[in-house]
Design a protein around this ligand. Structure first.
Ligand code: UD1
Length: 505
């Protein structure tokens, strides 16, 4: 489906407004709907007022109706399995220990080369924040959710702090790190308003750009009919973070990057307060490693256990790919090597560097970006076509279609994967409780900070189970890396942290 509001991106300000393309007549829209077998969405037309009629026509103009019959055939009437043809082998990774005998690499050299790209203004930060965050049960853009273990700094603020720190440390005078934030039509206005209310977290307004991703209609299970959320409104959902590849181009964001001289995008999700929004080592490796085409690279952590809900890096048919956890055959997920370790242990933390040239290529080759859809069966509130009453289904009633950004990996000429330490940079908040929740996120932030502080000579209290008896948070503006705490001129540290204390540095 096309991105619904173009141009939705105003590079010089954050004031993008939702403005759907208009102008389509009822007759032409009805003809498109009839051809797609979806005329039912006009069922309530006679009773709609002018404003609602206009809104429905505008919404329909934003949907690629012509592709709907094919989608219904391929994804609703059948449930396609993931395409795992060809040999599946473990991915080759740059190990966390750069002195490892079987694959040594020069971390410092890549740090220096990545830092040079940042210094020259060739790197931008890119955050995908268009998701609905339904698992967290938070009513608002996920980036507004508190992320800081002690300060409750919103997740957007945590990313902004890293960008500010990286800018101050690496950029030449007058050079900035622009930040592109992908929203979705449903959370765009709220996201921009939140940045305004927080004075852009200290960044310059003109260096933060927002653009909404595209949407897809929810298709009724069994029939493939597009559902109505209201009598004048389709039930639409964001088209997945894979939609970013197209949205970057059609929104004008890509052109803005090219005008600014940005060559590499540091891609991260908005769920991880420890994320290194700009990582010189990773950027350098991506851009300069001999086995990288410099188009799209990824970071991994060793999976915690076979069932951990992370995508897995593998070489599928000779190409670096991610097999999403829901698509991973159990036999592969559980396969172990002679030493009992998982063979497919490279868990994706959804961090990539993507070149602007690659994004441009994907948007121009053939008929444009072709990413596979992934089907999810969901409960989607809708209007009953017979009665006009609102239905809140108790069981899944619709197919939601999304594309995933990592499906672009095999389209790169050569794609590398770098291993990192999960305690250092992976503390996602995905669920209200249990794994990947607010609680586990606080624990990981505390663990990381306790490691760093201990190395800097600070005594940390521990509980009998060995976990820190305190809550700790270190802002990247205080220290981006552990060594920063001991650097000359670093902040004065206490000799010890008290039992049960909450400390933010
Ligand atoms: C994701 C990855 C998984 C990876 C894990 C690591 C997918 C499908 N899976 O799982 O491979 O191991 O993170 O944490 O991504 N988003 C949009 N627009 C959308 C949908 C999502 O911007 O239409 C954004 C969300 O705002 C969020 C991110 O994408 O920042 C992740 O989406 P989510 O669907 O929650 O994926 P996970 O299950 O967390």
């Amino acid at each position: 489906m096309t991105t619904p509001m173009t141009p939705a991106h105003a590079p010089s300000s954050a004031s993008n407004r939702a403005s759907a393309p208009g102008g389509a007549s009822l007759e032409s829209t009805r003809a498109r709907l009839r051809a797609a077998g979806q005329e039912h969405v006009l069922k309530f037309w006679p009773e709609l007022d002018e404003a609602r009629r206009g809104a429905l026509l505008a919404q329909l103009a934003s949907v690629d109706l012509e592709s709907v019959p094919g989608l219904v055939r391929d994804y609703v009437h059948t449930k396609p399995a993931a395409d795992l043809r060809g040999t599946i082998e473990p991915a080759v990774c740059y190990p966390r220990d750069h002195n490892r005998a079987d694959k040594p690499w020069d971390r410092q050299a890549y740090f220096d080369r990545g830092a040079e790209l940042i210094a020259a203004g060739n790197v931008a930060a890119f955050t995908v924040a268009g998701g609905q965050g339904s698992r967290l049960g938070f009513d608002g853009p996920k980036g507004c959710f508190p992320g800081g273990a002690v300060t409750n700094r919103p997740l957007f603020g945590c990313v902004a702090d890293w960008i500010l720190a990286a800018q101050a440390r690496f950029c030449r005078a007058g050079v900035v790190i622009p930040w592109y934030v992908m929203t979705s039509p449903g959370n765009h206005e709220a996201t921009v308003a939140f940045f305004r209310a927080n004075a852009f977290f200290g960044l310059r307004e003109r260096d933060v750009m927002f653009f909404p991703q595209g949407v897809m209609p929810a298709l009724e299970l069994g029939t493939g009919r597009m559902l109505l959320a209201d009598r004048h409104e389709l039930a639409l959902a964001p088209d997945g973070h894979g939609g970013s590849i197209k949205a970057l181009a059609v929104s004008g964001a890509l052109a803005d990057m090219q005008a600014r001289g940005v060559e590499q995008l540091s891609y991260t999700q908005i769920d991880n307060p420890l994320v290194r929004a700009i990582d010189p080592v990773f950027i350098g490796l991506h851009a300069f490693a001999p086995d990288s085409s410099g188009e799209m690279s990824s970071k991994m952590v060793v999976k915690a256990h076979a069932g951990e809900k992370v995508g897995v890096f593998a070489r599928v048919g000779g190409k670096t790919s991610v097999i999403e956890y829901s698509d991973m055959p159990a036999e592969l997920a559980n396969r172990t090597d002679g030493a009992g370790g998982l063979v497919f242990n490279a868990g994706s933390i959804a961090i990539h560097v993507i070149s602007t040239a690659f994004i441009a290529r994907l948007n121009t080759s053939g008929s444009g970006v072709r990413m596979p859809y992934h089907r999810a069966d969901k409960k989607i509130a809708c209007v009953d076509l017979g009665t006009g009453q609102r239905l809140d289904p108790a069981a899944p009633n619709a197919v939601k279609l999304e594309t995933f950004v990592f499906d672009a990996l095999p389209l790169a000429e050569a794609s590398i994967v770098m291993e990192t330490d999960r305690i250092e940079e992976f503390a996602p908040i995905k669920n209200a409780t249990g794994p990947d929740s607010v609680q586990t996120c606080k624990e990981i932030q505390t663990l990381r900070a306790s490691r760093w502080l201990e190395k800097a000579g600070v005594r940390i209290p521990y509980k009998p189970d060995g976990s820190p008896d305190c809550v700790l948070e270190i802002s990247p503006r205080t220290a981006m890396f552990c060594a920063d705490l001991k650097a000359p001129g670093a902040i004065r540290l206490p000799a010890a942290v008290g039992n049960g204390a909450s400390v933010a540095l």
